[in-house]
Design a protein around this ligand. Sequence first.
Ligand code: PDD
Length: 288
Amino acid sequence: MIPGMPGDSQVYLNGEFTRLDEAKISVLDRGFIFGDGIYEVVPVYNRKVFRMDEHLARLARSLKAIRIPAPLEHAGWVALVDQLVIRSEAPTCLIYLQVTRGVAKRDHGFPTEPVTPTLFGMATPYVPPGQAQRERGVSTISIPDERWLHCEIKSVSLLGNVLAKQAAVDAGVEEVLQFRDGFLSEGASANIWVVRNGTLLAPPKNNLILEGIRYGLMAELAQEAGIPFEMRALPRAEVESADEILITSATKEVLAVTQLDGKPVGTGKPGPVFARLRAGYDARIAAL
Ligand code: PDD
């Protein structure tokens, strides 16, 4: 019995749908042994998948980056996601997809014999942030970014992110803002945005952050709302004196960061740029 997860929910493992409590992988799976794999989290609203193509494109990029042969073609992924959505008890859910290099004798280098990647998929019920959370925003602390130098890969090797998120939990806040060499990178499991003088700012897309699917979306929403948008390195002082800070991810959608290190961000309330981008995001969901 896994708390919060009905054992009879249907998951996909290596070609079959099975009950969650019956899905088993080998202890020699390289995902288990080395964290040698990648994943995706795709939000679904009322059985409609949000930005499927963008998520599948990133999945393909992650696989290529760590040289795992793609187990499915684009149409195969779409069919798998559709099946998981159909079988999900909750119409609004998160589709989790994971691919590892597969099962092999423990050896750090890639297996020399061909191995079949392990492919896992599941749907978990998702409750999007409600009105109270939208009005309250998110409280954060800043911490040094101690992760590796390939954060652009959506890897299941998430120990750095796990420890970063636990720092937030220990401090009684919801997220962290990570800084590397004095510049903003991202949250433990989200991208971070800064608003200064009406301009939306984001750290550059490079190896130091995961390019969230909401990266491209926020650029589109900013353009539609007539909000200037710039990607550039953001020194700590500019983040600390920001008018607004925003956070985005598949699960957080877009929310305001209203507290950083115990101090209010801007007025301490979600600001006007947040409100316009949030309205744009809601319109995209409504249009699904
Ligand atoms: N995390 N940066 C990191 C380190 C993340 O883990 C995530 C998402 C993001 C935002 O990406 P997107 O907009 O595509 O969700 C940025 C997911 C939700 C997770 O690991 O559960």
